[in-house]
Design a protein. Sequence first.
Lengths: 487, 476
Amino acid sequence: MSNRSSLPPMDATVGEAQQWLADGHCTSRQLIDGYLEFLQGVGRELNAVVEIFVESAQQAADQSDQRRAQGQCFGPLDGIPFTVKMNITTQLGSSDASSPMLRGFQAKEDATAVRRLRAAGAVLVGKTSCDEFAMGASNETSCHGVVSNPWDRERVPGGSSGGSAALAGSHGWSFHLGSDTGGSIRQPAAFCNATAIKPTWGQVSRRGLIAFGSSLDQICPIARDAVDCQSVLQVMEGHDPLDSTSLRQGTSSHPPIGRVALISDGLGPGIDASIATAVRSAAQQMASQGIEIIERSLPHLEAANACYQVISTAEASSNLARYDGVHVGVRGQSKDLQQLYETSRHQGFGSEVRRRILLGTFVLSAGYQDAYYNRALAVRDLIRQGIDQVLEDCDALLLPVSPFAPFPIGERIDDPLALYACDILTVTANLAGVPALALPCALDEEQLPIGMQLMGPHGSDHALLEFGQRWQRWNDQHRALPEGSTR
Amino acid sequence: MSWKTVVGLEIHAQMSTRSKMFCACVRSTGTAPNQHLCPVCTGWPGALPVINQAAVRRAIRAAISLGCGVQRESRFDRKNYFYPDLPKGYQISQFYRPYALGGEIPFERDDGSSGVLPLVRIHMEEDAGKSVHAEDGTSRIDLNRCSSPLLEIVTEPLQMSGVEAARCVRSTRELLRWIGVCDGDMEKGNLRADVNVSIHRQGDTVLGTRTELKNLNSFVSIERSVEVESARQALVLEAGGVIRQETRLWDQDLEQTEEMRGKEDSPDYRYFPDPDLPVLIIESSDIDRERDSLPESHLARKTRYIDQLKIDARDAESILARREFGDFFDQLVAAGLSPASASNWFRGEVLKHLNDREESIEDYPLTAASIAEVVEAVEGDRISVAKGREILQVALDQGCSPAQILAQTGEQVSDEAALIGWVQQVVDANPDAAEKIRAGDSKPLGFLTGQVMKASSGQAHPRLVQQILQRLIQHD
């Protein structure tokens, strides 16, 4: 139906696609149809998208076109396609957190973030796969199957927001909502050459985000560039009466970033040399643009992952207790109550989720709570202080996102510790509650994407995104699309 | 050597807010099952709790009234356990940092002296739902009550009798009702208590091992369970046995306690701070605001009634059985009645109506002003007392205003000539009765008065009628 020649270039950002619509080169309906075609083709091939909403998307696009024709366009996201990760609730389709436990689960309402985006005219086109309950770093624990990395389909896209990143990494025009508990938006963004921000904890309402580790979870945008991430964040953020931990807006303003600390611990042993080199040379490129670069060590970085494992699993063990076979979720066959719990939870949860529930239950148990959970809380305080300390001396920290490149499907899935190692550089931001922006940095010798991240103080989300925009004017790695995805 | 009984209480009081503790659902008791539910109180994925500030305000009032120290910062924690009527798999409570510490419950000792039961703490929490177990072996879940706001008042252990323990709970109930925090309806479970009981020999410095009796929802069960359980413990100890720390169930019908679970079987609740709720900050200005809006205390009001309004102490007690009663009484006085007649009409009529109609004073249809109007007509001799009572009753029965009936009622007749006419008519028609009275039997006087009232369609002034009757008969 759509007229190909009138559509924007495939790598066009949301901002560029919006301009394209404004200039009258195509309608939102044509853009949406074009994007639906991509989802049904490449999106399905990558196994990134689970559900596609053709009719409702077309309707929403038509309405957007009417508004535009009347000069009443809602703004930068009006008529733009977006997808939502399976662990974020939407009225359309299902919200199963990629778990057999919630197969077919229909939420009663849109998550606050989704509601605000749709009210701004953005068009919900589908739901994306993720690791089960967002627990994973490779998108291999999804009940919807393994998702491929568009840069090398034999490799993982990262996780848990693997579906979102695979789409963001292979096509423009759109943005995607994922979530980040320990790196779940940044690591897949790095693996797929996309841009994403994990906002300050509380910046975006968590209402509608199916909880994993509540004190760490945030809903996050992932897109082609920092401009798009900022447009999306601006719509989603701000206090929500339905989430009492969501922040009031305008609490702090941060100056533009002029001084960046390169975190030396993120460039040493255990980090791929090509990644360390790429991030160092990014720092040099920033320096050549007048950014002052200093080198610092981040205290307690080595303890962060253990601390994260304890806190996130503890909270998860409690958050997932509601899936008991009585109320929401799968109900197993049983003769009595104990068996109902056992069969329902055994059938409903995959092995990684079960492992984390067991770990979390253990670290909260009487006799062990002091040694694990309470100690992790103390370490968390030290990590917060450590970040604050380094930030006294600079505006942002620079470090790689992942210690290694996207790995082959199946390589780490049977080795939990190897999989948990994906998170060593990302969990710090979640533990401290600070924002962290993941930016494409370079391709390695195997033509696989390398990502870097900038962490700033609480509430500096927009300062980070504005810096990201400057970086993307100096360096166009974020524009690169994998060869295979061109039509 | 005699045994001494030591009791500690955990009183659970449902706060009478409009909505639940963490969502906007209506807090309800007694409606059809599962009518007041939302994603938050049923723990749907993605839903988050939001603190009901009206519950916090009530909690502050309770803490002030019980003399607790209200904490500026408190937190909510998750108490994790699986049960079908607990849809999130955890209960939100305040374990590590409750909002109120210290305080005391005043109560009357068995010897009439006044005692105080010290408090450890009060914390806020949400209630669970209800499991209804049917005879056919199936169970049903009603989540209406789920996430209703509760206060848990935890006392220190204190040497006392079962009667005194029940008095402590009664005293707490009256206080919470008085300040509008809890309706105190124990039948509905809106106020219930867990009781910890231990015994030791007189002179022992160390308390005995305690057992806990759960979910007692009447004063009788509190009183009797303490007595029965302490007697059981004494029997065990005297036989050389030991008391195990355990939770026991009270069987009201058999009047005995039975083991439910031992300490080693008690669940590990894995408490940890709820990351979905921010630290609760209660500023001193919040406390001041609640203190300023608290009603005059029961004691201050009773003293005022007795000293200033010259109300009899027993009458004052029954007028102040509930704060709303006292408020209604005050309205009668404000409407112009003397305290004495306000007291008489309130206790004699209003309380009787409420009792007959099984109605709460909040639902009582007559206003104080309309009652006062009728009483004024009585006191102005325009109608009789009986007529006044009748007007109130008819107004209630017919759902109209007493003023309307009053307007249709003929004025009381005090005109002597008219009264003599009616009396003469009645005496003539009942010569036997008149004869008896002349013979010194005053019994038929009431009958004849009634006949006169009838003949006058209730308009004759009854006191004057009696005077005229006696005069006429004696002088006949």
